[in-house]
Ligand binder design. Structure first.
Ligand code: SF4
Length: 248
């Protein structure tokens, strides 16, 4: 079994070779469901004269990703945010004042509500640790995987190469005249939609996949770094497997 990094920025992808699909899916589920992050859970609204209902506002606040320091989950320290604003003003996530200056919203420009002249908002929100099992707002990332694509293109003589390239939804093909090719290092980005093959015909371009190789994609929401996400997911998965072994 081999694993390597294809891309390691916020949205990362990894190439896994020789792994069982059941293991890859177990890792995906462990990341989505078991990794702990912070999210707003309890909200006390003292005043809300905006056009947004309390319930909608509460739902929006719950979905604000918050930078998470995992060590804090063991402390009993309360983590809260205060918000007091008067319109006219566009209220953003950055207007939430945290009780701990390190636990800030990941995306400060996230719009919460627009206050018009004379409208005001005052609330206090409590953040807690949880996992995707409790609510999706705690999930640290969107995780998916697909087989490694094989793109087999006829050498020359592909009519309408530029048009075929323009059909690719992930823009990995380039074409001019009757020559069509995959942009350098972009094969793994293919989503196997077969739009190119349907248009050009299988005699010109054939799309298939290598079932022994998987592209594992992790779109991190930003509460935790990738390293911490994988560490927690592997620890939790291993605990669950140990528990299962004891029971059978
Ligand atoms: S199968 Fe879809 S994503 Fe892949 S190269 Fe063809 S058009 Fe692009």
């Amino acid at each position: 079994m081999e694993a390597s990094i294809i891309k390691a920025d916020g949205n990362s992808s990894f190439l896994l070779s020789g792994f069982k699909l059941s293991l890859i899916n177990a890792l995906r589920r462990a990341i989505i469901n078991s990794v702990e992050t912070l999210a707003i859970e309890d909200i006390t609204i003292f005043k809300n004269t905006s056009s947004m209902y309390d319930e909608v506002l509460a739902s929006r606040l719950g979905l604000v990703p918050i930078k998470t320091i995992p060590e804090l989950s063991k402390s009993k320290k309360e983590i809260s945010f205060k918000l007091k604003e008067t319109g006219p003003k566009a209220v953003h996530a950055s207007d939430l004042i945290p009780s701990d200056k390190d636990l800030v919203p990941v995306y400060p420009d996230m719009l919460l509500v627009n206050l018009r002249e004379g409208e005001s908002l005052e609330l206090e929100a409590k953040a807690v640790f949880g996992s995707g099992k409790d609510h999706v707002k705690f999930s640290p990332a969107h995780v998916s995987y697909h087989f490694y694509p094989i793109i087999d293109i006829k050498k020359g003589g592909v009519k309408g190469a530029a048009t075929i390239a323009s059909l690719c939804p992930v823009n990995i093909l380039e074409g001019s005249g009757e020559t069509l090719s995959v942009k350098k290092g972009m094969t793994q980005e293919c989503i196997l939609c077969k739009a190119c093959e349907d248009y050009a015909g299988a005699e010109n371009i054939k799309i298939s996949s290598d079932s022994d190789k998987v592209v594992f994609e992790l779109d991190n929401w930003g509460q935790l770094g990738n390293e911490e996400i994988f560490k927690q997911a592997f620890d939790n998965l291993s605990d669950e497997l140990n528990d299962l072994e004891k029971k059978i």
